[in-house]
Design a protein around this ligand. Structure first.
Ligand code: PMP
Length: 311
């Protein structure tokens, strides 16, 4: 079956899209992207995009910082994505990947050109985490500091930093990496934010510790505060504090909520997923499936009954 993508203002077949080998995005990484999920619910046979608006707000913010001036509003991008999801008609959880980039063939790696493009494609994606809980290690690669390249832009080129960290720890037999920043503070994983439970508080590094301001991170913080009544604190965390945490877990669109059972071969808690993490994970999946009335505004229904019947 042909896959449909959104490119140059319209929905077309993936095979109709071609990009030059000279394109700046390919040669210099001059682009930024998002990762969004639309959750399929077997029970209701419904597909729902999760926090679509917030993802496109972050994309446009990245574009602004990087001078990638795409001619769409958040609302137009949300509408295009809903249309694309309907056209592809997946009956499974889907990963949505918008990429905004410099499309020019010109040799110079300048952001001062006006060939700005956006491409949106889909990828069926069930569970991304390879295990139920992760053994992780602190990588020797430092997180890119904001004044070298802002990681909050989700710039394509920045993922070299992530890839090097993952390579190192995977080759050393771990499941995932944790970055420290240039101040020695715990920052985040290569593609996910980190949370620590200690003394009945939920603690996560602040935005000033070179993290991507994760949308799942924000959701976890809301759920912990509002639904579990746990105090949530954004503050710097040191490496050795991780070893004495009661619980640790990752959050991210692809990684969802994934517990960490050891860091640098030190067991966290009793080495199995903790209570707070498990509760947040359950709440998170309820919210993504539209089962939590209070957070109904976080989900965009994609297929509705009327359209289903007329299809
Ligand atoms: N940090 C990095 C470096 C990421 O790539 C991601 C994934 N987008 C995250 C954190 C988690 O962000 P979100 O919850 O918005 O997916």
């Amino acid at each position: 079956m042909s896959s449909y993508v959104f490119y140059e203002g319209e929905i077309k077949k993936e095979e109709e899209v071609s990009l030059s080998i000279r394109c700046k995005a390919f040669n210099y990484g001059l682009g930024c992207f998002e990762g969004i999920r639309a959750y399929w619910d077997d029970e209701s046979q419904e597909l729902r995009a999760f926090r679509l608006k917030e993802h496109y707000e972050r994309l446009l913010q990245s574009c602004k910082t990087l001078y990638i001036n795409i001619p769409y509003t958040v609302e137009e991008l949300c509408d295009a994505t809903v249309e694309l999801l309907r056209k592809n008609n997946h009956k499974t959880t889907v990963y949505i990947r918008p990429v905004a980039f410099k499309g020019s063939d010109d040799l110079s790696p300048t952001l001062l050109d006006d060939d700005n493009r956006i491409l949106i494609y889909l990828q069926p994606l069930g569970r991304f985490a390879t295990k139920d809980f992760y053994d992780v290690a602190v990588t020797s690669w430092k997180r890119i500091p904001d004044n070298a390249m802002p990681v909050r832009t989700k710039a394509t080129g920045g993922y070299i930093n992530s890839a090097l960290a993952s390579l190192e720890v995977l080759q050393n037999g771990y499941d995932e990496a944790i970055f420290l920043n240039d101040k020695g503070h715990v920052s985040e994983g290569p593609g996910e934010n980190i949370f620590m439970v200690k003394n009945n508080q939920l603690i996560t590094p602040p935005c000033s510790d070179d993290i991507l301001e994760g949308i799942t991170r924000n959701t976890v913080m809301e759920l912990a505060k509002n639904e579990l009544g746990i105090e949530v604190i954004e503050r710097s965390i040191t490496r050795s504090e991780l070893y004495s945490a009661t619980e640790l877990f990752f959050s991210g669109t692809a990684m969802e909520v994934t517990p960490i059972c050891s860091v640098d071969r030190r067991k966290i808690g009793d080495g199995s997923p903790g209570e707070v993490c498990s509760k947040i994970k359950d709440l998170f999946f309820d919210v993504t499936k539209g089962k939590h009335e209070k957070y109904a505004h976080y989900v965009t229904p994609i297929y509705n009954t009327v359209e289903e019947l007329s299809r």
